[in-house]
Write a protein that binds this ligand. Structure first.
Ligand code: FAD
Length: 416
């Protein structure tokens, strides 16, 4: 397998403008404009490429799924490298408390690595600004929304990408010598070029919510102040931590600076009517990933909240009652062994490459690792073959750590 350096030369021939720097004219197409899509697009741009991002969803739809997010060391390193002037974006945690049912501390434990707790939208906005920033000596990127890719074909020199404008229905073809598929765990590009892997349901769902810190009683605020807390419950486990409020919320109300984020892993058997009911929205559509607050059936949430409140300490009961942002997700993951296709012309990135359960907060960290390693390929210090190997090895470790962490908290038998 050739390194990406050969791709650069090939692009120069295709574009054929020897008067310019070779890379300035090299077009790269990127499918998926969520966090890994943006990270890889930034890295390509810094290496001198013209990047076209094709993203299926409208930004308002993306924002509606934003919840709490843990930023690990690789993601922080990426932020420091490509956004050195960034403002404070997170609240740092190095350990957590494990509570019993009466909210008494059983023990304090170190997190697998320091995590900066924040929210998805803050990171998305930071990455998007870093990608789109004016930079006269480099070609401007494009970030196209409502653009759904539905066909990818590898040719001998280029890859052909066919996409649909979801507003107008118009279809268009793009040719590129390098395609990054960062279109999530259910990647349609992966399915087109390689059908060997697909995510499978892990046996539990995750309820996630946020409450402005100022809206809870002082007792709850004090109990959950500046710490991450875990509590094992009969049917799963609960955790909470502080996150900055989303930029938009702070702009609306300068006193609203922090939220308490909570999450509950809820054991729900595969193929059960409970799972079907939980993942069916108010319009009767069945989801495989996430349902946002407005679409969750109120009865389903009331039932889950009632069950959780019976077991959890009162602080969590209060958080759930006052929740202003809520999501429910079916937890899934998959192992993988391959990320480079079509003679080095297509690569998978982010959750499209590999997906781990969120227990150890490692998903985003892995996505950042892949992007930082890709930068080394673009710099010529490693090859795509080495990139694929190192990413696969790291992803397997992150997946194993996530499963082990989940086993430590979930009721016995939930993860076999
Ligand atoms: C809107 C959103 C909010 C999220 N919020 C959180 C959160 O709060 N906390 C958390 O821990 N994790 C969250 N996640 C998951 C987290 O972003 C991912 O687990 C991780 O960062 C990997 O991201 P990714 O970019 O590889 O995949 P994803 O984040 O899944 O993004 C894939 C992107 O590809 C787009 N896409 C899919 N198919 C196509 C297609 N055919 N054509 C064009 N575009 C396509 C999707 O619209 C999506 O934007 C969220 C994901 C999304 C999409």
């Amino acid at each position: 397998m050739a390194g990406l350096q050969n791709e650069v030369t090939r692009d120069a021939i295709v574009v054929g403008n020897p008067g310019d720097t070779v890379m300035n004219n090299a077009h790269r197409v990127q499918v998926g404009g969520s966090l890994s899509g943006l990270m890889n697009a930034i890295i390509l741009r810094h290496a001198g490429y013209k990047v076209n991002v094709l993203e299926r969803s409208h930004p308002s739809q993306l924002y509606s799924e934003s919840a709490g997010l843990g930023v690990g060391p690789n993601m922080h390193a990426l932020i420091e490298k490509y956004m050195p002037a960034h403002e404070e974006y997170a609240i740092k945690m190095t350990e957590y408390e494990l509570w019993d049912e009466q909210a008494k501390i059983q023990e304090k434990r170190a997190l697998p690595y320091p995590l900066r707790m924040t929210n998805w939208r803050t990171i998305y906005d930071m990455l998007k600004s870093a990608l789109m920033i004016e930079w006269p000596e480099l070609p401007s990127p494009t970030y196209q929304t409502n653009a759904e890719v539905f066909d990818v074909r590898g040719g001998s020199v280029e890859v052909s990408v066919r996409y649909r404008d979801l507003e107008t229905g118009a279809e268009e073809d793009l040719q590129t010598s390098f395609l990054i598929a960062a279109d999530g765990a259910n990647s349609s590009v992966r399915r087109k070029i390689w059908q060997d892997v697909s995510p499978s349901y892990a046996g539990y769902v995750l309820w996630r919510g946020r409450v402005p810190e100022g809206q809870v009683s002082w007792q709850t605020r004090e109990a959950l102040q500046d710490k991450a807390v875990f509590q094992r419950l009969g049917n799963g486990y609960m955790l909470s931590y502080l996150v900055p409020a989303e930029p938009e919320e702070i702009r609306r109300d300068s006193k609203h600076r922090r939220d308490i984020f909570w999450a509950f892993y809820d054991k729900v058997a595969k193929d059960s009517s409970q799972l079907k009911e939980t993942m069916t929205d108010v319009d009767g559509n069945v989801h495989h990933n996430t349902i946002t607050m407005k679409k969750i059936q109120p009865g389903v949430w009331q039932e889950a909240m009632g069950r959780i409140k019976l077991q959890a300490c009162p602080f969590y009961g209060e958080l759930m009652e006052k929740t202003t942002q809520l999501h429910v997700s079916a937890i899934q993951d998959f192992p993988n062994t391959k990320a480079v296709f079509c003679d080095d012309k297509v690569i998978l990135a982010g959750d499209a490459m590999s997906q781990c359960r969120p227990h150890a907060g490692g998903g985003l960290n892995e996505n950042a690792f892949q992007a930082l390693e890709l930068a080394k390929v673009l710099e010529g210090v490693s090859t795509l073959l080495q990139w694929e190997e190192i990413c696969m090895e790291s992803a397997a470790k992150a997946r194993a750590l996530a499963i082990e962490t989940g086993k430590g908290f979930l009721p016995p038998g939930t993860i076999s």
